[in-house]
Each structure stands twice: as C-alpha cells, then as structure tokens.
Design a protein around this ligand. Sequence first.
Ligand code: PMP
Length: 426
Amino acid sequence: APSGCAPLPVLGRDVTVPLVTGGEVAYAALDYAASAPALQRVWDDVAAYAPYYGSVHRGAGHLSQLSTELFENARRTVAGFLDCRDGDQVVFTRSTTDSLNLLAAALPDDCQVFVFETEHHAALLPWRGARVTFLDAPDSPEQAVRALEHALAALAARDPHGPALVCVTGASNVTGELWPVRELAAAAHAHGARIVLDAAQLAPHHAVSLRELDVDWVAFSGHKLYAPFGAGVLAGRADWLREAEPYLAGGGASRKVARREDGGVDVQWHDSAARHEAGSPNVIGAYALASACTALAEAGFGTLAAHEERLIRTVRDGLADVPEVRFLSLFGDDAPRVGVLSFVVDGWNGSHFAAALSAEYGIGVRDGLFCAHPLLRALLGGDPRDGGECGAPGAAPGGPALDAIRVSFGAGTPDEHVERFVRAVR
Ligand code: PMP
C-alpha cells in the first residue's frame, strides 16, 4: 500500500511545508503516537452531522432529540468497540489523562495502587491521595508479571482485604512495546486487585476487548485513534464509579436537587455514566470518536498491523548499519510492538536532530522525554535533564544522550515518508 493503509484514508496528506534548503515538500507526519490525523470518514461524518447538532439530554426539540440519540448511540458504539460486558459503563471524558484522573477520584478509601515506573505520566501521577507502589522497569514481559505478583503477594500478606488497583499500559508510548495485559490482569485478579488498562497507544493499533483481556477498566483518547482532539473514554466496571462522588458536580450529573430546612442542599446523583459527565458534554467529540471506532472495526486491525509492521521493518533494516543510532527497548529489539520506535543518535541532542529532520526534510517526529521521565532515565541509563515540561531538554551538542527521538506511524503513513526518514537519518 504505497499511499498508506488503503481502507483507512486520513486527512492532511496534501500538506506541503517549506524547507530551509529551499522549495517545498509533502509533510511527513511521523508523530502518530502523539496525535493521529483524523480519518477522512470521521471528518465526513462530523461534517454531515454538524448542521443538525443541538443540546443533549435537556431539549424537547427535534434536533436535541436527534443529538441525544447520536450521543447515546456513540456510547453504545464505543461499548461494542471495546467488547464491554453487561453492566459496564462508558464514560465520555476529555482524554486518557482525564479518564485516569476520573478513576483516581473514584478509588475507594485506603486503596493501594500499583504502577510500573515505565508508565506515561498520565498513568503514573493521578493517584494522589492513594498509597502508591511504583514497580521497577522490567526487562521482559514475564518479569513484569512476576514483579506484579510479588508486590501483590506482599500486599496480601499485609492487608488481605484492602482494595487495590493496578494500572498498566497496553503499549508503551516510548518503545511501542506490547505489555502482557492479559497475564497482568490475571495476576491482579488472583490477588483480589483490580486493573485499569491505559490503552492510549494500544487502541489505535489493536482490538481491545475488555472481556478477553479481562481488565476492569480501559482508558483511551480519541485524538490518537484518528478522531479530533477533546474526547476520551473511561469504560468498565460500574460499581466504583457509581459509589464515588461525581468527578464534576453540576447539571446533568444530578437527578434531584432540593434545598434543606437547615439551608443546605440535598443532591441525588445519577448512577449511570452521566454521574461523571456534568455540564454540556462534547457531543461532536463523542460522535467523532465513535465514528473512528466504527471505521477501525470495519477495516479490521489486521491490515493496519501488517502495514505498520512493514514500516517498522523499513526503519530497522534501513538503519541497522548506522552505528550511531541506538533504538530503545525494555524487552529487546525484536519484541512485538505497535508502530512506535524511539532511538538516540550518538553525538546528537534529540531536539536538534528532530529540528533538522523538520527543517531540512519536512519530517515531523517527537523528541524529548515523552512524558515518561522515569522510563527514559531507565532506558538512557543516566539522568535525563528535566525539560520542565514533556518537551526537549537542552543537552550540550556532542555530549551523552539526554533525550530521545520518536518516530511513529499509522493508517495514513505512506512508504515514501518512512523511506525519506531513513534517508534523512542516514
Ligand atoms: N498514556 C499513554 C501511553 C500516552 O501515550 C498518552 C499520550 N501521549 C497518554 C496516556 C495521555 O493521553 P492524552 O494526552 O490524550 O490524555
């Protein structure tokens, strides 16, 4: 498929950018792991609906009714996409970060959380207020399972009945490597713990079945799944969500509100997903996200995975004899992965390298620490400088690698973009 994964055309393929060397070139977006371009079909669906949208849940008017139906249909579509079980809830959020923060706010009292230090900050940091055990970076999927089992067994010996939650990624946003989700879920459940899957990087590449993986919750973002920014999902078991205080307090989340004699207010909150969706929801975002789920499900992930695997091979084979290029991995260079590869180039600061790829070749990649500082520290074997944000730290040119470069691709990546990337790096 020389122009990308044929069943899934994306927007933005005709964008050209100027080069410092003169002239223009077709922009090679090789940063899908940050945000993927929207599918043409998603854009068409949104454009077809845009003239008709109205407020949801509150209006008697025809367009309000229509929008309500589309919004709730979007929820059902996402539930189908994730192979949800009876009783699971699908809550629309803003993003994976928002979803995991919502779950963190819904933890029962005295919950113990287990999380590998290799996680994206969105999965590493929301658990404020809980007791958190950070697990060391494993060097194989089997070791990850063993480390979790060991930590959970230690907890069971200490506190056999306390609630516990494990948070794991499905695919790393840095190395692209797949994590043994089913085995980690089995380990969690064997010790009475629950598990949430950060599928931000997994869901755009592989079918995610709550039933098959046997995870309690899954979180992902629309903007990495070929839909526009602003909508995400937390889906899974209803009980903790139903028992928790609403994530946001306000209209839509409340069933009944009444003043009390003593001047206070009595509130009855919804038990459904609406409990955590106060305010006017992002109807178009949910609709677009569901449209992307439908498009991916219809195309099937097999074709996309084969396309990405070929592109990974193009990069690996094309750079295999460049000694300055070192790919980053925890589980080994040949470990199964999604279309995400990170590397360092000896003698180069990652941010300078990425800037040169952009200015001289029209290639957009990501550089820095990828919002996964402890993982980069483990992979680079040093102490990467904190850039203050998730962006690029400033290393001295020619010094040791303090930051990395990430190339990632997906449905809309033509072979030519990846071939140009290989030529540019060489
Ligand atoms: N988890 C992983 C593995 C990610 O790659 C990202 C985004 N880089 C997130 C969580 C956070 O996603 P968002 O920025 O959409 O909230």
